[in-house]
Design a protein around this ligand. Sequence first.
Ligand code: HEC
Length: 135
Amino acid sequence: MLLLTGYSEKGNANDESKVDGRWYTQSQVDKGRIAFEKNCAECHGKEAQGTLKWMDALPDGTYPPPPLNGTAHAWHHPLNALRRTVYFGGVRLGGTMPAFKDSLKIEEIDAVIAYFQSKWNKKIYDAWLERGGLK
Ligand code: HEC
């Protein structure tokens, strides 16, 4: 089975509980939904649908929150990069997304990622895997 570097193995109790052979379990998705609604939905939308014009820069040169549901670029980033984005936020890269390293546990960060990835259809998830999503 896939060995993820680091911490998420704990959350993956056994293969049977994984969703559609993906790296996460249904219980991560369920916990992630709650944490997402609390911490992310105000910007990325409850269903991770993001902002309609997420590609258009705002007057101050920053960008609006993109969709995380598979319709934007999130699937271009491997799991560890997604974890870093949530952990450190986007400010260090000139963006506006806050860091969550002080407010979410590592397990909760994995859970919110599991939640928004649960919105990705098979085609997107497979393309993400092919690009090295779990490497
Ligand atoms: C205050 C608004 C705000 C909040 C709250 C927020 N984000 Fe973001 N997020 C953004 C913005 C804006 C970007 C675009 C990059 C930037 O400006 O930092 C972004 C980018 C991202 C990206 C990169 C997407 C890509 O296509 O590369 C991910 C992943 C992400 N956010 C996940 C989350 C998660 C998970 C949460 C909750 C734990 C969250 N965000 C909370 C505003 C927010």
